[in-house]
Design a protein around this ligand. Structure first.
Ligand SMILES: NC(=O)C1=CN([C@@H]2O[C@H](COP(=O)(O)OP(=O)(O)OC[C@H]3O[C@@H](n4cnc5c(N)ncnc54)[C@H](OP(=O)(O)O)[C@@H]3O)[C@@H](O)[C@H]2O)C=CC1
Ligand SMILES: N[C@@H](CC=O)C(=O)O
Length: 803
């Protein structure tokens, strides 16, 4: 014999009910011996409760009651449940007149849902020729009479069930009402939360069933609620002990009490999907899983009570007083955590009990509050409990660190000594994000990195294309899912929580106007975790958002050099915000584009290697300009235009020519060495003649030819075999507060290291105490969209590794 139990969603009008009938019919046709246990249909129980509430307030409930009745008989010609409807009419009328109802009355009202449901399925099955028998569980399951949450009287109930099934067995399909029972005076009682499952488990136990098949609207038990965690996976098999933990910690598919009758008789329980019943679902048996399972479950509708007081230190019996006072008022505590000093104790109780719990504790600790031994008792309502089942503490740092990195700071934390379970209380508005972050960590599912790209010009645009091209491969190799959810320019933004498409260039034109707060709200609304903001602008205005972004949980990656070269005060403030919020800021491309310069300098400096000087050609565009101009007989303006066209210059090329860009790079390196120079400290040789410095960029570009004479003269006045180079030089006493920063045009022998630089290469000579006169040299392409974008990409991957 198999017991089949169908839940309310399976029995709703429409597709569900037909599926239920098909499943039963199939089993009967296969010759299987089955018993069917049913919940009320759809939301019938909620509806009946709502009507009851209206009736007790003497509000008009007729319309809702008529709709309820219509729903129950819709589409089923020949089916009538007039007796049940009449009972409901009378009960509601009485409640409305009295303005009150007891738990006893409520049980009578709610029970009609299951009776109607079982009668309907019996009716349909009979019409289809199945030998079905409506079985009212009130005649079988006898209880202690606690209305609303009755306890079965096992011996009596078992006898009744066995007698009934002796009478109606063989080819008969007993269609049994779940949830409802009766006391020894034959008054209707109900079995409380998950009551229909409980009925099914009791029948399975009494009848020694070979399996209990619980048909739901989901395909089994998942590693987390799939509605909240899209990567959740189905668990094929688990043990009763594990199921019990899941049930206890809130997996709403089961209730702990349901499992006990099954454990007693070692009856397997299979969780199946009515709407996909060929799926094997999840099988729960007594067999222990060698590797153990891991799963996340959530308790919602809870409140956190916090009791704090310096006077609790060392006092005996504080916990006992708390539990006694709460237990006395029938308030159950689902989680407790206290510091070893006992100065603060946190308790989780049902949200509906929170106000009462606070009152009860205030009464219990009245004297202590008066003496200030207890300072305060507070209630935090908007919280949820996440339990990581199967999580032992040796690897807990991974999900925990990931939570902190995503600015989810648990309010309370506890673990079981033997059960490998860890529970965390988090704010409700962070639940979704927290679940996804933890789930990604514990199952090593690809970690989603949500990226917002600001600036999609030469560098930004190339970066986006590079990411879209390599994302799949990176996911395969590194289990990192790079998801660009925002692309913005100075006016518009394109947002897509699931990631932009390859058509992003045209899509962004249709984007919306935005402010920085809109992106933050979007990320928040869609619970996006592991956020990175990429600055590929050259904008000072955008750097004004850095601190906000850090405060809102974004790591930063930037090709834009401006933020690192604003006042030293801002430089420090940004770093202190990063530290405060445990965020990272990477900007390897700020100096030498894709060359690994900043990392090298950082490492040398950190490892105690004293850097004494950094000198070289810092600008890719000016390297190209002077390398080409020095060697070839071409006009200065022509070569400059070429450097612009090749994407080597800044968006405004005057930033390169006036020396600001090299100055910035020099200052960034100086600050890496803990020097506190300001931009104004840099001695810059501006390459733009004074008469061309006024006006806008376009105006300047129209006058490029005016540069030709000036630079032809400089070129011709050099010594033989010399070439022009625009260099940066950081020197002086680099162990003082400030270094000397020079940016200048020099003429050097063609055969020197600087003289031999080619194309758009940059060269950096790093002099240190240990290396003496032999500098460490880093040389290579110092500008260009592709190499720079690759460098930014590298920073993103580095961040994900720091994850
Ligand atoms: N080219 C190179 O070799 C290297 C460049 N870099 C740096 O890369 C950065 C980008 O350079 P590049 O790609 O050439 O520049 P582009 O001019 O090609 O692109 C700049 C982008 O930034 C956008 N933007 C400007 N202001 C804002 C703002 N306030 N908010 C949002 N978006 C904004 C622009 O949008 P809109 O069109 O609306 O203005 C545009 O999409 C620069 O900081 C540069 O110094 C670093 C190393 C090497
Ligand atoms: N304009 C810059 C680009 C890289 O930072 C340069 O020419 O080096």
């Amino acid at each position: 014999m198999k017991v089949l139990k169908f839940g309310g969603k399976s029995l709703a009008n429409g597709k569900g009910i037909h599926k239920v009938v098909d499943i039963i019919e199939d089993k009967v046709n296969n010759g299987e011996l089955i018993t069917v246990v049913l919940s009320a249909r759809g939301k019938s129980t909620d509806e009946l409760e709502a009507i009851l509430d209206k009736a007790v307030r003497n509000e008009s409930y007729q319309e809702q009651l008529e709709a309820f009745k219509k729903y129950q008989v819709a589409d089923y010609a020949g089916f009538s449940v007039d007796d049940e409807f009449e009972t409901l009419d009378k009960l509601f009328e009485g409640v409305s007149l009295l303005g009150d109802y007891s738990k006893r009355i409520k049980d009578q009202v709610l029970s009609q849902g299951e009776v109607i449901s079982a009668k309907l399925i019996t009716h349909i099955l009979k019409e289809k020729g199945v030998n079905a028998h409506f079985t009212d569980s009130r005649e079988l399951i006898k209880t202690d009479g606690t209305f609303g949450e009755a306890q079965p009287l096992d011996k009596l109930s078992k006898e009744n069930v066995i007698t009934h099934f002796k009478k109606y067995n063989g080819t008969t399909v007993n269609v049994v009402t779940g949830f409802i029972a009766s006391n020894t005076d034959n008054e209707t009682t109900t079995l409380g939360r998950n009551g229909s499952n409980y009925t099914a488990a009791l029948l399975a136990n009494y009848l020694d069933a070979e399996e209990l098949q619980n048909f739901t609207h989901v395909s089994g038990i998942y590693t987390a609620n799939p509605d909240l965690v899209s990567d959740a996976r189905k668990i094929e098999k688990l043990s009763f002990a594990e199921a019990n933990e899941l049930a206890y910690f809130g997996a709403n598919i089961l209730h702990a009490k349901t499992i006990i009758p099954l454990i007693e008789k070692n009856i397997p329980l299979r969780i199946l999907n009515t709407f996909d019943h060929n799926n094997r679902g999840t099988l729960i048996t007594a067999e222990n899983n060698a590797n153990g399972i891991k799963s996340l479950s959530v308790l919602e509708n809870v409140s956190l009570i916090n009791l704090e007081g310096r006077g609790l230190l060392g006092k005996v019996g504080v916990d006992a007083r708390i539990f006694k006072a709460l237990a006395h008022n029938n308030i159950s505590v689902s989680m407790i955590s206290q510091g070893s000093s006992e100065r603060g104790i946190g308790l989780v109780v049902g949200a509906d009990k929170a106000v009462e719990a606070k009152k009860v504790l205030e009464q219990e600790f009245e004297a202590d509050l008066y003496k200030r031994d207890v300072n305060i008792i507070t209630v935090e309502n908007d919280v949820s409990v996440i339990s990581i089942i199967g999580q032992d503490l040796s690897t807990f740092h991974r999900p925990y660190n990931a939570l902190i990195k995503n600015q989810v700071i648990p309010l309370l934390f506890n673990n079981t000594v033997s059960g490998k379970n860890v529970s965390l209380v988090v704010y409700k508005n962070q639940l979704h994000k927290a679940l996804n972050v933890i789930h990604g960590e514990i199952f090593e599912i690809s970690r989603k990195i949500n990226i917002a790209v600001f600036g999609h010009g030469l560098v930004g645009g190339t970066l986006i294309d590079q990411i879209l091209k390599s994302a799949k491969e990176i996911e395969k190799r590194k289990k990192i899912d790079l998801n660009i959810f925002a692309v913005a320019n100075s006016k518009k933004i394109l947002l897509n929580k699931n990631g932009i498409e390859t058509s992003w260039r045209s899509d962004v034109k249709e984007g919306i106007q935005y402010e920085i707060g809109d992106i933050i709200k979007f990320a928040d609304k869609h619970h996006l975790e592991n956020l990175i903001a990429i600055d590929n602008t050259a904008s000072k205005e955008f750097t004004d958002h850095y601190i906000t972004l850090v405060e809102e949980g974004f790591d930063l990656v930037s090709s834009n050099k401006v933020a690192n070269t604003l006042s030293f005060e801002f430089y420090k403030e940004l770093r202190s915000k990063l530290e405060e919020h445990q965020k990272q800021y990477l900007y390897e491309t700020n100096v030498g584009a894709g060359l690994p310069l900043i990392d090298t300098i950082k490492l040398l400096h950190l490892s105690g290697e004293n850097i004494t000087r950094i000198k070289g050609v810092f600008s890719g565009s000016l390297s190209y300009l002077f390398n080409t101009f020095s060697k070839e007989e071409r006009l200065f303006s022509e070569v400059l235009q070429e450097a612009i066209d090749k994407g080597f210059t800044e968006p405004d090329p005057r930033e390169d020519l006036c020396g600001n860009d090299v100055g910035r790079k020099l200052l960034i390196l100086a600050r890496e060495l803990d020097l506190s120079n300001e931009f104004t400290d840099i001695n810059i040789h501006n390459l733009i003649p004074e008469n061309l410095r006024e006006g806008g960029a376009n105006e300047f570009l129209e006058k490029l030819k005016e540069l030709d004479l000036v630079y032809q003269k400089i070129k011709s006045e050099q010594k033989p075999n010399h070439v022009l180079r625009y260099i940066g030089d950081l020197h002086g006493d680099l162990f003082e507060e400030k270094g000397i920063l020079d940016v200048k045009l020099v003429s050097v022998p063609e055969s020197s290291a600087l003289g031999q630089v080619k194309g758009s290469d940059s060269i950096f000579e790093i002099y240190t105490e240990s290396y003496g006169d032999q500098p460490i040299v880093i040389q290579g392409a110092g500008a260009g969209a592709a190499v720079t974008a690759r460098g930014v990409f590298g920073d993103i991957l580095r961040l994900t590794e720091k994850g």
